[in-house]
Design a protein around this ligand. Structure first.
Ligand SMILES: Nc1nc2c(ncn2[C@@H]2O[C@H](COP(=O)(O)OP(=O)(O)OP(=O)(O)O)[C@@H](O)[C@H]2O)c(=O)[nH]1
Ligand SMILES: [Mg+2]
Length: 230
């Protein structure tokens, strides 16, 4: 299915990539298991089989990639919170992806440009999200390359106050989500020391606020290649 997201702000994206002198933008999508990472990407994009970009090719890492107009490539990753042993394996994979490099003009750069952390609207398993941030994300990628988004806005209040006919939250749920977004921003700062941009809330399942998620990414696209953390 081709959606309008394929062309959404595409000129701006391309302009930024021209300034940055690289393409595509590579985004690692992480979050606890069941947060809706895969659903989010399915909502956005067609799965890509074709390789994207020039010069820099991803190795197979057993991870699915999705791309938008040869401009932004998303890396779907397995979620944490499925058991200690699994988490160890998945954590290793995430860190490997964050340390995946490419060389250009005698410099080495990180392959992943942005880490996007997806949280569930119901706030289930926030402990695992903070663990993910503290153990995997924050030590291994620059703070200004970390974005957080809240999915499953429709069931944040257990399905109450969602208006299915118009596909959006009522005022109560909306203000709940607003408060939640601010409180997550605050708690992320308290727990990890990272001052994230206020998370957008959306519903991948019901295609609500997906543009806002894209806006957050496009507005915060880095204009430089990523140096590796020492
Ligand atoms: N109500 C609702 N359900 C959602 C939403 N997004 C995802 N889901 C459901 O949540 C479940 C998990 O979604 P996935 O996309 O598989 O989650 P994931 O983060 O990729 O999970 P892992 O691959 O296990 O890490 C599925 O049953 C989805 O249909 C949403 O916005 N609203
Ligand atoms: Mg998944």
């Amino acid at each position: 299915m081709v959606t309008a997201y394929n062309t959404y702000r595409v000129n701006e994206i391309n302009k930024k990539l021209q300034i940055a002198k690289f393409r595509p933008l590579d985004i690692m999508v992480t979050g606890v298991t069941g947060a809706g990472k895969s659903t989010t990407l399915n909502t956005f994009f067609q799965k890509t089989v074709a390789k994207v970009g020039t010069g820099v090719e991803p190795e197979t890492m057993g991870l699915d990639t999705y791309s938008l107009n040869n401009s932004i490539r998303f890396w779907d990753t397995p979620g944490l919170g499925d058991g200690v042993q699994q988490d160890k394996v998945h954590t290793k994979k995430l860190i490997e992806l964050l340390y995946k490099t490419y060389s250009l003009d005698n410099n080495t750069y990180g392959f992943i440009d942005i880490a996007l952390i997806i949280i569930e609207g119901s706030n289930r398993d926030m402990g695992t999200t903070y663990q993910l941030l503290n153990d995997v994300i924050v030590p291994n990628i620059q703070k200004d390359r970390i974005l957080v988004a809240i999915n499953q806005a429709d069931i944040a209040m257990k399905g109450r106050h969602w208006l299915p006919d118009v596909n959006k939250p009522d005022e109560k749920l909306k203000s709940f989500l607003e408060r939640q977004s601010l409180s997550i921003q605050k708690r992320v700062f308290e727990t990890t020391g990272v001052n994230i941009i206020k998370p957008v809330y959306y519903s991948a399942e019901y295609n609500f606020n997906i543009h806002k998620l894209l806006n957050m990414i496009i507005d915060n696209m880095p204009l430089q290649r990523r140096k590796l953390m020492k």
